[in-house]
Design a protein around this ligand. Structure first.
Ligand code: NAD
Length: 306
C-alpha cells in the first residue's frame, strides 16, 4: 500500500535521522516527494558526543537521489530549533516523526541519576519539544501528523532498562492525549514500538536475527499512519518489525465493584480477588471517564462480605 502513497508538497521532520530507523524514514519520504528535515545530533548510542556528519551523509544521499532535504544538528532537547529549521527552509511542517533515541542500560540496582535523566531528556522532553513547537502550525493549517516512538521494553518491561522502559511508556500516554487534543484540528498522532536492526540492537542480537528485521520494514506502517488519507487511526499503539504489524490496546478485567463503607476491608477485597483479575469479559476503556460512571453504582450496593 505504501507503494502508492505520496507526500508531494509536504514537509516532514525526522529526528535522529542520521542512521537506523530515522534514516529509513527520511529517505523514504524524500523519495515520495516530501521535503525532509534530517535531524541528528550525531552522538553515540549512549548519548555521548555530537557530530554533524550523521545528518549530512543522509542529506547528501537524498539530494544525490534527486530529493529535497536539509540537515539539522540540534539535540531534540531543543526541538523548537528543529521545527524552526523546517519553517526557514521549507515554510511549513506537516509530519513529525519523533524517532531520536539513546540507551543507558544498567540494572536498577546500579542506576544513576544521570542515566535516568538523560533518557528522559532525549525521549520524553525531546518528543515534547518538537511536538510543542509544531503544534501551532498544525492547528493553524488544520493538518498535522505525529509518530512517537515507544518500545516493547516500555510496554512489557525489560531487564536493565527501567529508565528506558519508563520513558518509552510515557510516549504512549503522550500520544493518546495528543490524539485527543488534536482531533478537531485534523491532527493525528500514533505511537509505534518498532523492532529493527540498528546500532542499538546490533550488540544484543545475532546477525542472522538482525537480517530478519531491516529498518525499511518499519517504514510502510509509518507511511500509512502519517498519510493525509489516514483519519481513522489516532492515539493507536502498534508493534512493528520484521514484516509483522499489530495493534495494541488496553484491556481491563470486568472487575469487582465494592461498597465504599466500613465493610471495604482487605479481607473483602481478597474474597472478590477472582473477579478482580477475571478477564473473561474484558472491557476496552478509552478514557478516564469510562471509569467514573461506576462511582455512583458503588453507593447503591449493600455491605461487602468480610
Ligand atoms: P539508532 O541509534 O540507529 O538511531 C537513533 C538516532 O537518534 C541516532 O542516529 C542518534 O544519533 C540520534 N539521536 C540520539 N540522541 C539524539 C538527540 N538528543 N537529538 C537528536 N538526535 C539524537 O537507533 P534506532 O534503532 O534506529 O532507534 C530509533 C528509535 O527507535 C529510538 O527511539 C529507539 O529507542 C526506538 N526503538 C528501536 C528499536 C530497535 O529494535 N531498533 C526497538 C525499540 C525502540
Amino acid at each position: 500500500m505504501a507503494d502508492q502513497l505520496r507526500f508531494d508538497g509536504q514537509v516532514v521532520v525526522v529526528t535522529g535521522a542520521g542512521g537506523g530507523l530515522g534514516k529509513a524514514y527520511a529517505t523514504f519520504f524524500a523519495s515520495r516527494g516530501a521535503s525532509v528535515v534530517v535531524n541528528d545530533l550525531g552522538g553515540s548510542f549512549k548519548g555521548e558526543g555530537q557530530d554533524s556528519k550523521a545528518a549530512d551523509v543522509v542529506v547528501n544521499e537524498i539530494k544525490a537521489a534527486g530529493g529535497k532535504a536539509v540537515a539539522n544538528y540540534d539535540s531534540v532537547e531543543n526541538g523548537d530549533r528543529i521545527i524552526e529549521t523546517a519553517i526557514k527552509a521549507f515554510g511549513r511542517i506537516d509530519i513529525l516523526i519523533n524517532n531520536a533515541g539513546i540507551l543507558r542500560d544498567v540494572s536498577f540496582k546500579n542506576m544513576k541519576d544521570q542515566d535516568w535523566d538523560l533518557i528522559f531528556k532525549v525521549h520524553v522532553k525531546g518528543s515534547y519539544k518538537t511536538a510543542r513547537a509544531a503544534w501551532p502550525y498544525f492547528r493553524k493549517q488544520k493538518f498535522g501528523r505525529v509518530i512517537n516512538t515507544a518500545s516493547a521494553a516500555g510496554l512489557y518491561g525489560n531487564f536493565g532498562q527501567t529508565n528506558y522502559s519508563a520513558a518509552k511508556l510515557a510516549m504512549v500516554g503522550f500520544t493518546e492525549t495528543l490524539a485527543k487534543e488534536g482531533a478537531k484540528y485534523n491532527i493525528v498522532a500514533n505511537v509505534i514500538a518498532p523492532i529493527a536492526a540498528s546500532r542499538m540492537t546490533e550488540t544484543v542480537m545475532p546477525p542472522d536475527v538482525l537480517a530478519l528485521m531491516k529498518p525499511e520494514w518499519v517504514v510502510p506502517l509509518v507511511a500509512v499512519l502519517v498519510h493525509k488519507n489516514n483519519t481513522t487511526e489516532s492515539g493507536s499503539i502498534f508493534e512493528v518489525g520484521g514484516g509483522f504489524i499489530s495493534k495494541l490496546r488496553w484491556e481491563r478485567s470486568s472487575g469487582q465493584l465494592l461498597k465504599c463503607d466500613d465493610s471495604y476491608t482487605a479481607s473483602a477485597v481478597l474474597k472478590k480477588w477472582n473477579q478482580v483479575v477475571d478477564f473473561s469479559k474484558p472491557q476496552y476503556p478509552s478514557g478516564p471517564n469510562d471509569f467514573l460512571g461506576l462511582l455512583e453504582e458503588s453507593q447503591k450496593l449493600g455491605p461487602n462480605e468480610q
